[in-house]
Design a protein around this ligand. Sequence first.
Ligand SMILES: Nc1nc2c(ncn2[C@@H]2O[C@H](COP(=O)(O)OP(=O)(O)O)[C@@H](O)[C@H]2O)c(=O)[nH]1
Ligand SMILES: [Mg+2]
Length: 328
Amino acid sequence: MRPRLTLKQYTTGILAADRHILSRAITLVESQLPTDKQLAQELIKALMPHTGRAFRIAISGAPGVGKSTFLETLGSTIVQQEHKLAILAVDPSSSRSGGSILGDKSRMPLLAQHPQVYIRPSPTTGILGGVAEHTREAMLLCEAAGYAYICIETVGVGQSETMVQQMTDLFLLLMMPGAGDELQGIKRGILEMTDLLVINKADGPGSQAASAAQQFRMALKYLPTPASGIAPPVFTCSALERTGITEIWQYILHFQKQIIENGFLERQRKNQNLDWMHHQIQNELLGLFYKNKDIQDLLHNLEPQIAQGQLWPGEAVQRLIDRFKNQE
Ligand SMILES: Nc1nc2c(ncn2[C@@H]2O[C@H](COP(=O)(O)OP(=O)(O)O)[C@@H](O)[C@H]2O)c(=O)[nH]1
Ligand SMILES: [Mg+2]
């Protein structure tokens, strides 16, 4: 493994927007080693006052709807306005298949070379929750390095969505025409947290994008108004042909302005910090519990009894918890 830098080297490097040091710092926060974790905590703490100024956008959708291509196109618009942009990927499927570095970057040939853009592919190791957790820390590091817009690309299924939603300001759901929402793996819960729905691939002869958009407008009408107070609109675009993107970018700017003015941005971020703390408490406590030698031994004894129906699970839990508490 490469030698670590000192805390001072990481902080000054990041504050000076040194991309190389930023990458090494993200590797540090993704590390599972206890010494790295300690240093990572100190680093985040030192940089905390320099975070929070970016606007955070989640780009979600089923594999293949065109998230990376869309980001390449939207990102070009963002950097044309002289904004610095960071793109982070949370894709548990790509971490299983061994890394998405080539995948993500080859879909974004222009951005991958742009000096104002930083792209970080999915971590190649780690459990699902862990991936999203490190993404939050990576995002904070990017903010400290001065990136004004952070886009997080995430696969539109399951738990990672909720975690990403809990660290961003705007949740953009990307869909494509011609496939029902079940086919695209989108659950109602995901529609409920969507701030902006975009039907991509509105190109080619006989495109169904307009009618798909119409259907989604109807479906969204039946959902409760989101906490931001702003009902989600539906746009169509072609990431490939670069049409419809300017309107989407204008809407994102409009949304950003609105939630700053109506106080939602600040309120939501406070809640997100609280959620993050509780989430970490749960993780840490579970870790302490399952790594405990006594607990492991007792579990080993109890599990066969549970399996054979000799012991009721509730009773086993009580014994485990009692044992754990008596250790303190
Ligand atoms: N026709 C058409 N194809 C697109 C569009 N956007 C992406 N694609 C194609 O869809 C496929 C998946 O794109 P990708 O960006 O990797 O999707 P992701 O898995 O959601 O990140 C690729 O073959 C793209 O070229 C679009 O607007 N129109
Ligand atoms: Mg992708």
